[in-house]
Design a protein around this ligand. Structure first.
Ligand SMILES: [Zn+2]
Ligand SMILES: [Zn+2]
Ligand SMILES: [Zn+2]
Length: 927
């Protein structure tokens, strides 16, 4: 008789090979047809709201792995919050205005760009952004990210553009916006001011020169020791081109300064830098004439070696002894500290450099020269005038333009600013930060430090693709910027888009009857600068969270890369505090960057980059999701081929565990066949206790956004608890016991409950496969998709603790016996463990434990018989960590049951059957 056909064995409907790259598009289609996102929102209609507000990626170019990681983490947050019992709408968005798109569009247009009006350029930028939004939307959806993809927010939608202006009007109305000349980072290639977040630091070779300025007039009495020598102040700079704009020299109020004799002159340097200075100019052992404090020179005038005008000696705490001479060259038009100290001393903000980086006609000798090129000529001129003490080249970290990668300059021009201090914005923002939870916590200090140290926010840009600053200039010189006029223009933009600003005349844009408040004139000219694009995305809390019917303000969470403390987190904070007096978020979470196995940035320029599309084709989006989940994304996250192979392996293990359970549930109807808790086998009770503990751990890991813990808990439970222990032991009961027997139904009850639970807990991470399996096992009355369910609320029970402790010992016993079985297999004493007769002796707690239920130990070790003996003859081994237990494996006596392959004593003829066991006989001959 062919007994194989009498076993409860059917092929699993879940295929062993996932073929994710083929499966996923089918799942995506099905979800799209079912409108899964709307269904999730309906499912959670009555639940408390949880809002993760999406930070808008820039609508330019295909997404890369970092962008994918960001969106997948957000998706895991949203899905897990939903399943934990929240209404968690997710409205994705895109950042659409700004230089990168304008740059691309004008470059593609070439010479034609110059013939087009600004509003024509804007129209083309709009079309360009739309194209990339469509592409990126497809790419994000392909990753299994759920959201309101058909109604995203776009910073270039007319209504969004109008909110940008309305929020700006709010700040204008509160007196937070001013126009001033101020040094700012300026790209001479892109012709625009750059925000701090638009500047990147990279190594750059600069000249390093030491220059002397002759002090004018009689020597002060404190410096009488100089005698009749000429007195020179020594400064050091790496930007010789800023020297024409020098109008002061700063000394530290507390340092000691010395005058040293060099070639008959007295040169002033800080005492602490004397040796450094002498070394630089190649002198040793110069005579120190005397020592004094800077106060003696404050207010005196030095003669500028290039143009002969005055340079004022001033005091400043920012002077250091790190390099140079301890006297700092000050050009308030070309440096932040220079500007600030210059304000204190009333120095003019002089910056004789035009927008293309050339000296203006003001600058004798160097007019028309590009500043970096002029460095050489300036050094030569200083040498001719005998003012140059040293000149060399150094390599140092220098600001570069994020867009064109060229070195930028600091240049003061008239710009619009949001004041950080005069309306208390800095103070209020710092207070608001205290109300926010930061994950990880160091983010709080990071953003606080940045807000504390930052300068006023320069919000004007000399470009076309963006939102107008609705200011007007009168012939009399008066500048008109008001909340009312801005709101008036916002209503026009709401109907026609930002194109309206450049395409309409001033009289069409201004409220009727507007006149200059100073001279009453009506010949007003509109501002051509636009708003910083960071302002656009920064007001998404107003344009999206406050306006969208499903959202609210403030939101629960902002989640972006760790560089956004200086970017979006900050621009959102400043606009929200500035207009609403509070932070727009309750919590801020950051993720790291993607790096390769050598911790280099994972990018096209590093040469280690695999396009996302190729990775999806090779592994499937599910494995990329698993990679995101498995990483501690609060740090930088590694990506390599090896990582992906390891994760594919982990995925296969989880899938195979599920496959086994699905395969053994083919004849199980949970409504009809479920077995009550108290009728479960001891082994079943153990795995249920383990599962309940797992459920609690998973809920808490999800609630802490610790997805790497979710991954490890799930993987360990599948591979160890289920695959290596429970399901392995269960096989005999599942396959060989009667199909309707209590034992098999109990096993099925347990597998059903655990599988359903696992699928729900897997769903936020292993999004495709969890639903694939759910649809395979779905019974009447169950949700249409696992994504429409809640996490199970199984909690550990009081009795679980004792049970799990006892099982820890039982599993230790099992491990000890397994070791002996393994050795017996190697020695060919037995083939499979079912051929084994296990003899136990020795002493200790494990032996005592075994004696309590030998049949359980037999079942756990999948052997045919376990006996305790008092013989200790040869062949006993003493496994480690087994409390003195001795184990010996012999081949079981008797015969092998032809149906279940156990070597049981009762194997023999049973009715029509030659060699089967009692259990099998009862199964084959139902009473
Ligand atoms: Zn540039
Ligand atoms: Zn006027
Ligand atoms: Zn049998």
């Amino acid at each position: 008789m062919e007994y194989k056909n009498t076993l409860n064995l059917k092929p699993s409907p879940l295929s062993q090979k996932a073929r994710l790259p083929e499966l996923e598009p089918k799942m995506l289609d099905a979800w799209e047809r079912a409108d899964i996102y709307s269904k999730i929102i309906e499912t959670h209609a009555g639940d408390p709201l949880y809002i993760l507000h999406d930070g808008p990626p820039y609508a330019n170019g295909s997404i890369h792995l970092g962008t994918a990681m960001n969106k997948i983490i957000k998706d895991m947050v949203v899905k897990s919050k939903s399943m934990a019992g929240h209404l968690a709408p997710y409205v994705p968005g895109w950042d659409c205005h700004g230089l990168p798109i304008e740059h691309k569009v004008t470059t593609e247009l070439g010479d034609k760009a110059r013939e087009l009006s600004k509003s024509e350029i804007q129209k083309r930028c709009r079309a360009y952004a739309s194209k990339w939004i469509d592409i990126q939307r497809k790419e994000f959806k392909r990753l299994g990210v759920f959201g309101d993809w058909e109604n995203p927010y776009l910073t270039m939608k007319y209504e969004y553009e109008a909110v940008i202006m309305d929020t700006f009007a709010e700040l204008v109305g509160r007196g937070s916006v001013y126009r001033g000349a101020k040094p700012i980072h300026w790209c001479t290639h892109c012709f625009t001011a750059l925000a701090e977040a638009e500047v990147e630091y990279a190594d750059h070779a600069s000249p390093s020169i030491t220059v002397k300025f002759k002090l004018e007039g009689k020597h002060p009495p404190e410096l009488a020791f100089i005698g009749n020598r000429d007195l020179y102040l020594v400064i050091w700079t790496t930007t010789p081109w800023t020297l024409p704009a020098n109008n002061a020299i700063a000394m530290h109020p507390d340092f000691d300064y010395v005058a040293v004799e060099v070639d008959g002159d007295a040169l002033v340097v800080a005492e602490g830098l004397l040796n450094y200075f002498l070394n630089d100019i190649g002198k040793t052992g110069a005579t120190v004439l005397g020592k004094f404090k800077a106060k003696a020179l404050e207010g005196r005038k030095a003669i500028h070696p290039l143009h002969g005008r005055h340079s004022l000696v001033i005091l400043g705490d920012f002077v250091t002894l790190e390099a140079g001479s301890g006297l700092v060259h000050i050009a308030p038009g070309h440096g932040q500290e220079d500007f600030e100290v210059g304000q204190k001393y009333g120095l003019p903000v002089y910056a004789p450099v035009d927008e293309s980086g050339r000296f203006t006609d003001d600058v004798e000798e160097f007019a028309g020269m590009e500043v970096f090129a002029a460095n050489k000529a300036i050094i030569e001129s200083l040498r001719r005038r005998k003012a140059l003490l040293d000149s060399r080249e150094i390599s140092h970290s220098y600001p570069h333009c994020w867009r064109c990668k060229n070195p930028v300059i600091f240049r003061s021009t008239p710009q619009w600013f949001v004041t950080m201090d005069s309306t208390g914005l800095r103070k209020n923002a710092l207070e608001a930060i205290e109300t926010v939870q930061f994950i990880p916590p160091w983010g709080q200090k990071q953003i606080s430090d940045m807000v504390r140290d930052r300068t006023d926010w320069c919000i004007s840009r000399q470009r076309a693709w963006g939102v107008p600053i609705a200011a007007f200039y009168c012939e009399c010189g008066e500048v008109l910027l008001s909340a009312d006029v801005t709101r008036h223009v916002a209503r026009i933009v709401e109907k026609e888009g930002v194109e309206a600003w450049f395409s309409h005349s001033e009289s069409e844009l201004l409220p009727p009857g507007t006149e200059c408040p100073k001279c009453g004139g009506t010949n007003l000219k509109k501002e051509m600068d636009i708003l910083d694009v960071w302002f656009d995305s920064g007001v998404s809390w107003a344009a999206v969270c406050e306006k969208h019917p499903q959202l609210t303000y403030p939101v629960n969470l902002y989640l972006e890369g760790k560089d956004q403390h200086r970017g979006w987190f900050q621009s959102s904070l400043l606009t929200s505090v500035g207009a609403r007096n509070r932070a727009p978020y309750k919590a801020v979470m950051t993720c790291g960057f993607v790096v390769d196995e050598n911790d280099r940035p994972y990018s096209k320029s590093s040469g280690n980059y695999v396009p996302l599309e190729d990775m999806i084709t090779q592994y499937g989006a599910e494995i990329i999701r698993l990679w995101v989940a498995s990483s501690d994304y609060k740090e930088d996250v590694r990506m390599s081929d090896e990582t992906m192979k390891r994760l594919s392996d982990a995925y296969r293990k989880i899938r195979n565990t599920a496959r086994f359970m699905v395969g053994n549930l083919y004849d199980f109807d949970p409504d009809k066949n479920s077995v009550k808790d108290d009728e479960l086998a001891y082994l079943d009770k153990w795995i249920m206790a383990r599962y309940r503990r797992l459920a609690e751990l998973l809920r808490s890991a999800y609630s802490d956004f610790e997805f790497h813990r979710v991954y490890h808990f799930l993987l360990d439970f599948c591979t160890v608890d289920l695959s290596a222990i429970y399901l392995d032991i269960l096989k005999d009961r599942l396959y060989c016991d009667g199909a309707q027997s209590k034992g098999r139904r109990a096993a099925q009850t347990v597998m059903w409950n655990i599988l359903i639970g696992l699928l729900k807990f897997m769903a936020p991470v292993i999004t495709f496969t969890a639903d694939e399996i759910w649809l395979l096992i779905r019974r009447k009355g169950m949700a249409d998709s696992v994504h429409l369910t809640y996490f199970p609320d199984d909690k550990p029970r009081a009795e679980d603790t004792e049970l799990l402790e006892k099982w820890d010992r039982l599993l230790r016993l099992r491990a000890a016996i397994s070791k002996a079985l393994e050795e017996a297999r190697k020695k060919k004493t037995i083939g499979s463990s079912q051929e084994a007769r296990v003899l136990l002796t020795g002493d200790g707690a494990l032996l005592k434990l075994a004696s309590e239920d030998l049949n359980l130990i037999r079942e756990m070790t999948i052997s045919s018989i376990v006996e305790i003996t008092d013989k200790t003859d040869d062949g006993f081994i003493k496994p480690e960590d087994a409390d003195g237990l001795l184990v010996k494996i012999e081949h079981a006596t008797g015969k092998k049951c032809q149906r279940c392959w156990n070597w049981w004593k009762d194997v023999g003829p049973h009715g029509a059957h030659e060699e089967i066991c009692d259990r099998c006989a009862r199964v084959l001959t139902p009473v």
